[in-house]
Design a binder for this molecule. Sequence first.
Ligand code: FAD
Length: 392
Amino acid sequence: MLKPRLNVLIVGAGLGGLSAAIATKLAGHEVLVLEQASTLSEVGAGIQIPPNSARFLISWGLREAIDRVSVLPEAIRLRSYRDGSILNEQPLVPLAEEDYGGPYWHCHRADFHKALVDKCYALGLTVKVRINSMVTKIDFEAPSVTLSTGSTIGADLIVGADGLKSKCREQFLGRSDPPHLTGDLAYRILIKVDEMRKHKDLEEFVRKPAINTWMGPQGHAVCYLLKGEGYYNIVLICPDNMPGGVNVMSADPVEVREFFKSWDPRLQKMISLVSSVSKWRLQNSTEMTSWTHPSGKFTLLGDACHATLPYLAQGAAIAVEDGGVLGGLLGKLEDRSQLPGLLRVYEDLRKNRTTRIVTGSTDMRNILHLNDGERQKRRDATLLADDVRPGF
Ligand code: FAD
């Protein structure tokens, strides 16, 4: 029997939307991705790609492309904020590959995004990615989308992958649903490795790649090397002090130094090498009742339905998983009438898992950001004593 070939329209060419595009095309369907921006790119600096996401990327033939632009950290090291002493070390090589079926990579976001865009183009004309295409309205029954230009595009299935401030989610809910403040912000910083090399005490951070996390009162720091040895990626988390209505802005390095002034002198030295900093308000979502329209012709994925704090480094990873699971299920379609049931299975498979990760990431905040005291001492003792293993 000939399998049905659906026209699938994906709103948003972020890491989630592009993953869904690749998986859906590999499942034998036609894909159109609509992106509001005028260029295809990613903002921000580094990103961690844990094995649960790497497994999908490898199954789509992307191992070599991601390997080329990525670093393989040997371990995740959890450190005390005071002096940087290691409280716990979780080895990643070869454990990630052996136990979880894929490497733990980190790379520049722009390189990750480009690898996905290149794959879409390599898959031929049946995956089209159209820029300058902002979706303003959705007809969930038709189904179709209307663009800001007024033109309408129809499809068999529409997938909303338009991120944190999703227009698709808003239209689906029939009301405004702004993301939730989490009370934290992230300073995102890149420093030149050459600058770090001038300081003997920073040498260990650039000699052997690892993910280093300092845990301290009200905040934490995550640092790792980017490919090419040109830049070291630093994310510093602290309480949100941003003015209302602004989600991204430049910051004065002086305020960063002030917050981290009693932390590990080596971290302070890294921060002293910084000339420009941006800060991002960290927001997440509460669990939706459903992601899928009763018409059975629309669903959501990625940050559009489960934005999370980045404290487990899983936001993009679970968006990639969403795309992979949806594409895999679409590959099983034998008759168009099965589509509504298939979308219910997609939601059943994904919703509990992604909710656990969103709440788990918030719980991590309470572990990473403990003030000095009895709970912090118990946490540190547990980390020192236990063979704490990551789970992906
Ligand atoms: P987005 O990346 O937001 O993509 C949505 C796309 O839709 C955009 O291209 C946008 O322009 C487009 N769009 C929006 N509206 C419309 C419209 N109306 N019409 C057409 N197009 C539209 N995750 C990890 O897995 N590992 C990490 O190490 C990690 N670190 C992080 C560090 C920080 C500081 C932060 C803030 C997040 C981090 N994340 C990490 C989370 C990760 O960045 C996000 O979860 C992920 O990028 C979400 O991908 P997405 O495709 O769902 O949404």
